[in-house]
Ligand binder design. Sequence first.
Ligand code: GDP
Ligand code: MG
Length: 297
Amino acid sequence: MLIDLKTKLSRTRDNLKGKLDELLKSGKTKDDVLDGLAETLILADVGVQTTEKIVDSIRKESKKTDSLQNIQNLLKKEITGIFADLPYTSHLKQSPGVFIMVGVNGGGKTTSLAKLAHRYQLEGKNILMVAADTFRAAAQEQLSIWGKRLNIPVLKGQYGADPASVVYDAIQSFKAKEYDYLMVDTAGRIHTNVNLMNELEKIRRVISREIEGAPQEILLVLDASIGQNALIQARQFLKFSGLTGIFLTKLDGTAKGGSVISIVDELKLPIKFVGVGEREKDILDFSPQEFVDALLS
Ligand code: GDP
Ligand code: MG
């Protein structure tokens, strides 16, 4: 792998593994170490509920042995267990395929869409991007800039146009020119939550009516650097039923990477991709094993 997750996660790692190592060397009793572990997890933004679940489980398991060193392995096992049984690999394998990005403004939707488009472009796919955020001229402009930079066509609607109708028009062009993937950028105004969810439903309906089996992926874009607040935002989007996974952004340099664990634990949605920077190549496939290793090995 070109980008090293361990380096990107170093601040979270220092928070978690660094403090855990100190605890294990501290000579404290097992109970005190476990209390310290709970505190450490919460400080790393793992969230109260998920932390309690993890520490309770370790407490039970660790009754069988007196070895403190075993606590680190049990922690790994618990976190790995939270990540188990979800489909982390992206569905988008055959053309024609459709991707939709949803999430609040500023989370990284447009950037992440461009990253994905670039990745599939490198695989030789023909991509069409559509700016369905018709409420902010700047949002459309931003996607156009990415399009020019990556040499990928972008369709935009009229300012204030119905986003679903913009997507409908894009689909006609998509079909006529036989593109492989249509990548849809959407608006993220949560202060009009009900409208936004209806709007997303409508976009999804138009797509499934026009292209069989589509959309293959509806990714909720969440900003890892805001820690537990990402989870609060995510809950709003659970009202929109079609989500297939998470694109977790800004994992580079954050000390709040522990939030990843509670996001998966609570939402039961797989993280499919991770953003680790602002450039088009700053994207990784999420691998639970790699994540746990980067945090604790
Ligand atoms: P949108 O409003 O959801 O479309 O979000 P944008 O794509 O406009 O991104 C908001 C800001 O976050 C921009 O300044 C991006 O460059 C930045 N950004 C997006 N993804 C990442 C990432 O993975 N890491 C970092 N460091 N910044 C990111
Ligand atoms: Mg945007």
